[in-house]
Design a protein around this ligand. Structure first.
Ligand code: ADP
Ligand code: MG
Ligand code: MG
Length: 197
């Protein structure tokens, strides 16, 4: 993954969030506070506006991280921001990431999600897209990771929320997709697409 591909990833994630903002907000309306689409949209358009013209992949990702942390009020901004920051820190100064670098960067990102959110897979959060995606990537490609993230997001329908606002609903959260898991599937799809080009 080079700088152009990191930029294409961030742009692709932004475009996908834009296209699915209403859907994400509707999902959050069912089990949260109806702002996940707008939170992500606001955060990512600020990310693209602040993205430096130059820099290695980690420098671009670090800029995106800082913007997500400072510009998104909801739980999702600090979570995505922490994930991006951990990945950037793990690969600082590297001009081109191999697939091994990418796997390590994403595992570092996932570690940041665990620490920041104190959730576990099965709690009906974005982790339920991330964990299967990283398991698929360990022996496969970014396209495999994207497929696993989507399957993981779809499977959140059956889960009881144990973290975040949706946990206030308890059993009543069953039957609805977790919005952050769905936005994470969009993220892994953007990553796969950026790395195909
Ligand atoms: P808020 O809940 O503050 O309104 P958003 O609606 O933008 O923030 O984001 C909600 C999403 O954040 C959830 O769908 C879930 O995926 C994720 N989330 C919330 N709390 C946690 C947590 N503790 N760990 C991991 N992900 C979480
Ligand atoms: Mg919300
Ligand atoms: Mg909110």
């Amino acid at each position: 993954m080079n700088s152009a591909q990191m930029r294409a990833f961030l742009q692709g994630f932004t475009d996908r969030i834009q296209a699915h903002a209403q859907e994400l907000t509707d999902l959050d309306a069912a089990i949260g506070d109806a702002d996940h689409g707008t939170n992500m949209q606001r955060g990512l358009s600020a990310v693209m506006a602040a993205l430096p013209a130059e820099g290695d992949p980690a420098a671009l990702l670090k800029s995106a991280a800082m913007t997500m942390i400072s510009r998104v009020g909801g739980a999702s901004g600090p979570l995505y921001g922490t994930a991006f920051l951990r990945a950037a820190t793990a690969k600082a100064g590297r001009e081109e990431w191999t697939i091994t670098d990418l796997r390590a960067a994403l595992e570092a990102a996932y570690g940041g999600l665990l620490e920041r959110g104190k959730a576990q897979p099965g709690d009906k959060t974005m982790l339920d897209a991330w964990r299967p995606a990283l398991d698929a990537l360990a022996a496969g490609t970014p396209a495999d990771a994207a497929q696993a993230a989507r399957a993981g997001a779809d499977a959140t329908r059956l889960l009881v929320a144990r973290k975040g606002r949706a946990s206030y609903l308890g059993e009543r959260s069953v039957g609805h997709l977790d919005p952050g898991a769905v936005s994470s599937a969009l993220m892994f799809e953007a990553l796969a697409q950026a790395l195909q080009e």
